[in-house]
Design a protein around this ligand. Structure first.
Ligand code: FE2
Length: 281
């Protein structure tokens, strides 16, 4: 196997990592290089891997404790509870509870008290074209605001609510009600400080953020509307075209992603693991 190589996918974020076989234990040197590349590029993609759920779990564990998905007891892998099955395939004639998940810019689980630190997604099956995922850099989104706006946002907290999730009710009343019960609205800082880099990142997203705390929805709407557009301007993003065998691994503390849902009628199956996160500060 050639040496570990890291090539950037874009200027805003993203890098492709080759020269490593993630189905086997990764050397300490390579793991450290991957960890550094992850912190610098925010999103890593590893094409051409062959990962079963066991090796996916083993690799992801190198980066921290895995999420137990207590807030979403749906669609787990039958043998590996840490593996969340994201698919639009029907089972026994019923749509999967995750058939319409994603579809909009967001950061994973921001509607929970300890949102996922990182997410690893492995592509098992996909349409021949489409179904790309876009990523945006929330450090840059924050840094490219005016000093006055940054100062204003530094003092704000925002309410995140799972009820906002588009199409939640289409997953059926049982799933939707249980989801709401397990995920009451939570408050996070509008700007969070990344625990490892110490940099500030904008932390509101169109899929989950309802309003600023201590402000009404109408008062929040204009500023949130501006931020939702500003934070995903094309120059802050990169776009990844999946292939079967690709693994993507991103840092939710400083990015957002948008799984582009352009593949209606085609099957897609991904295995997802999230890393347990901290309370945002
Ligand atoms: Fe997501």
């Amino acid at each position: 196997m050639p040496d570990l190589t890291i090539q950037r996918l874009g200027h805003a974020c993203g890098a492709r990592v080759t020269g490593v076989d993630l189905s086997r234990p990764v050397s300490a040197t390579d793991l450290e290089a991957i960890r550094q590349a992850w912190l610098e590029n925010l999103v890593l993609v590893f094409p051409g891997q062959k990962l079963d759920p066991r090796s996916l779990v083993a690799f992801t564990r190198n980066f921290g404790e895995l999420d137990d998905y207590a807030t979403q007891p749906f669609n787990r892998h039958p043998e590996f509870n840490e593996v969340f099955v994201l698919t639009n395939k029907r089972t026994n004639g019923k749509p999967s509870p995750t058939y319409n998940s994603g579809q909009n810019w967001h950061t994973d689980l921001s509607y929970t008290l300890r949102p996922a630190k990182g997410t690893a997604v492995y592509c098992v099956e996909k349409p021949s074209v489409g179904g790309d995922t876009m990523f945006a850099n929330m450090y840059l989104a924050y840094e490219r605001l005016s000093p006055k706006m940054r100062e204003f946002l530094d003092g704000l907290e925002a309410v995140h609510d799972a009820s906002l999730i588009e199409g939640l009710d289409k997953r059926g009343p049982e799933v939707a009600n249980e989801f709401r019960r397990l995920n009451p609205p939570v408050v996070h800082p509008a700007v969070r400080v990344h625990q490892e880099s110490g940099r500030k990142a904008l932390y509101v997203n169109v899929a989950h953020t309802v309003r600023f705390k201590d402000m009404r929805e109408e008062e929040s709407a204009a500023l949130l509307g501006f931020l939702f557009q500003h934070q995903v301007r094309p120059e802050l993003t990169c776009r990844f075209a999946w292939r079967v065998g690709s693994l993507a691994f991103w840092d939710n503390r400083c990015t957002q992603h948008n799984p582009v849902n352009d593949y209606h009628g085609y099957r897609r199956l991904m295995h997802r693991i999230t890393l347990a996160g901290d309370v945002p500060r």
